[in-house]
Ligand binder design. Structure first.
Ligand code: FAD
Length: 280
């Protein structure tokens, strides 16, 4: 049984086409029935979806749907980021997912990268406590981190800079999450850390993405997923069961403060998992 203040949130990405945007509004409206605390909208690597993210977040908030933009400096300067934050504030946005952001492919240089902790500090400096700031956390460790301890240290920096809570990279091994949270507590980091939950929609894409972002798909799971290669209906049922069981494990004994779903802009798989969990 989840706690009363159990938090649900759903992540979207900005669609490229008008049809995609119409579908996103339908997805949003289905998922809104589960009363999430907020939706969030990703920000393309290096700011590549700057205008699309801004427009969707402003539109959704003006329609009364609490939606948090993901934000990174990308190649923007402080004035441009401040102008965007001003617009968000004026549109009623009160939550930001603050990131360093992915480095756009082909952009070679990493010299201008602004770490997430610096963006958090920038937001706090200019907007005080107006925004609730979410940051990213990596139970299986960020792929560029030099070591586990290093990544934990820099995660702590984001908290010192003023982050209120964190959303994790997805994982399929709950022990990685528990260990990470324990390590955080051991280092005096006690903000809520919300597990990011990735439904399994397309196995090839998931494998490719996981290899890049450092999320491990356990061998037993890869083998089972592969065995359903020619049976999409069974694959769907199996995948939803696996992700439901992961969530159930995380929710045992008041284990997690909430769940954040990477929806991939699709309502049904997430809706079925939420129904399986009795969170509807
Ligand atoms: P940081 O916290 O800045 O850390 C990045 C790396 O640098 C880590 O290895 C860290 O250990 C290290 N580090 C941090 N500070 C320092 C320092 N001062 N000196 C040296 N090393 C340091 N990407 C997008 O492009 N758009 C999105 O919308 C998006 N949304 C996401 C949402 C969630 C919930 C998550 C978990 C990730 C998301 N990402 C997104 C991916 C994220 O941008 C990448 O993982 C990126 O590579 C790191 O971003 P970060 O904010 O975690 O970086």
């Amino acid at each position: 049984m989840p706690k009363n203040n159990f938090r649900l949130s759903f992540e979207f990405f900005p669609p490229r086409t008008d049809a995609g945007k119409e579908k996103l509004v339908r997805t949003r409206d289905v998922l809104a029935t589960f009363k999430p605390e907020f939706f969030s909208m990703t920000y393309g690597a290096g700011g590549s979806t700057r205008d699309a993210t801004l427009q969707l977040v402003v539109d959704f908030n003006q329609a009364g749907i609490s939606t948090a933009p993901h934000l990174s400096f990308g190649s923007d300067n402080e004035d441009a980021i401040k102008a965007m934050l001003d617009q968000y504030k004026a549109s009623g946005v009160n939550r930001i997912v603050a990131l360093r952001g992915d480095v756009p492919s082909g952009s070679g240089s990493k010299s201008d990268i602004v770490y997430a902790s610096e963006l958090v500090r920038f937001i706090r400096k200019h907007y005080g406590e107006h925004f609730h700031i979410e940051v990213a956390a990596y139970p299986e460790i960020h792929p560029e981190a030099r070591s586990y301890q290093d990544d934990l240290f820099y995660f702590g920096r984001k908290v010192e800079a003023g982050a209120n809570s964190a959303i994790t990279q997805y994982f399929y091994n709950p022990d990685a999450y528990y260990y990470f949270v324990d390590q955080c507590h051991g280092h005096g980091i006690d903000i809520p850390i919300y597990p990011g939950i990735m439904p399994i929609l397309n196995v090839d894409n998931l494998k490719r993405f996981s290899a890049n972002c450092g999320a491990e798909i356990p061998r037993w799971l890869v083998k089972r997923l592969d065995s359903y290669a020619n049976d999409p209906d069974s694959l769907r049922v199996f995948s939803e069961d696996v992700v439901t069981e992961l969530c159930e494990t995380l929710m045992q004994d008041d284990g997690v403060p909430g769940l954040h779903f990477y929806t991939m802009n699709q309502a049904e798989p997430v809706a079925r998992i939420i129904q399986n969990l009795g969170l509807d």
